[in-house]
Write a protein that binds this ligand. Structure first.
Ligand code: BDR
Ligand code: CA
Length: 311
């Protein structure tokens, strides 16, 4: 099985991604969850990661609280999508366990250094923690086989016309990660907008289940934002694509290209320039996903998370 660390800012689509990963424990060994400020502030994303682990019956899993601020820019959050608690629609119980004492960046560095095998990092929020770990301890690159990232926009952005939310929140961190020389798989919005949780795709989830219930009520919640945020017939499930790609790569297609991140302030800050046609002559630094077999992906997610209700 693949050893992974999930870096996340839950966030409803983050929540489904984490639940999917925990349900696939034969294929993925989750070594820990690191949290970052993004959709909501750090205290709340950490609280939410703990609530999600508890829902999955995995309060034993370490949750490590990370950076409260992007490297340089002021924090932008997304309560207009996620609600004030970040998990609107799920109504999860408060956690009985607390986060571990170690900082997320320390956990990333120490876990990678101590790992007998290489590990995969799953990046579901702004890249602040991962960038800082790479800068503080470049030796950990030898232990990272790949970073799978939800972020960026090949076409239009969602938080501005140019930029996707995760890269807009911390473009400097994204630039560090894309310049690190590590294998990257990137899910930009053009891919994740295919993964809309339409009513037809919800039918296989167990709406009565302890875990299925909050998932279905989250996926059925009222949609703020409308078409500019990814279609009108359901919420786009950006972050679960990252975990689904690790489990079922045959459902996705993409190509290797160069990705550059705009860090200068102005209308394009946070833009990911994805050199789809290879015009720049710059070497490829990411495998960029283009297509998602979303019907199959949702059917498999529904089936996988049912195992959390069965135990
Ligand atoms: C990304 O931003 C967050 O709001 C989502 O959780 C996802 O990671 C989509 O732009
Ligand atoms: Ca996220």
């Amino acid at each position: 099985s693949t050893r992974v660390i999930i870096d996340t800012d839950p966030g409803q689509d983050d929540a489904l991604a984490v639940l999917l990963a925990l349900s696939a424990d034969a294929e993925l060994e989750v070594a820990g969850i690191t949290t970052v400020a993004g959709n909501v502030g750090i205290a709340q994303t950490t609280m939410n990661a703990l609530r999600i682990c508890q829902l999955a019956g995995r309060s034993d899993l370490g949750v490590y609280s990370g950076c409260a601020q992007p490297i340089l820019r002021p924090l932008h959050t997304a309560e207009f999508i996620c609600g004030t608690d970040g998990l609107a629609g799920m109504e999860l119980a408060p956690p009985r366990q607390a986060a571990r004492a170690e900082h997320a960046v320390t956990f990333l560095i120490e876990t990678l250094r101590a790992s007998p095998t290489t590990m995969t990092l799953c990046a579901l929020g702004p890249l602040t923690n991962i960038a800082l770990a790479l800068l503080q301890a470049p030796d950990i690159k030898a232990k990272i086989d790949r970073i799978v990232i939800m972020g960026g926009a090949r076409d239009l952005g969602n938080i501005t016309a140019a930029a996707e939310f995760n890269f807009f929140v911390d473009p400097h961190a994204a630039a560090v990660v894309f310049q690190a020389g590590l294998p990257i798989t990137l899910f930009p919005l053009s891919a994740t907008y295919q993964a809309v949780a339409t009513p037809a795709r919800l039918k296989d989830f167990d709406a009565q289940g302890v875990v299925g219930g909050p998932i279905v009520s989250m996926l059925k919640r009222e949609r703020p934002g409308g078409a500019s945020l990814g279609g009108n017939d359901g919420h786009p499930m950006h972050d679960p694509c990252v975990i689904a790609w690790l489990l079922w790569p045959e459902l996705f297609q993409g190509r290797d290209c160069n990705v550059a991140i705009e860090t200068a302030e102005g209308p394009t800050v946070g833009r990911s320039t994805i050199d789809w046609w290879g015009r720049s002559g710059e070497p490829a630094n990411a495998h960029v996903i283009e297509t998602v077999d979303a019907d199959a992906m949702f059917a498999r997610i529904a089936q996988s998370v049912r195992s959390l209700d069965a135990t």
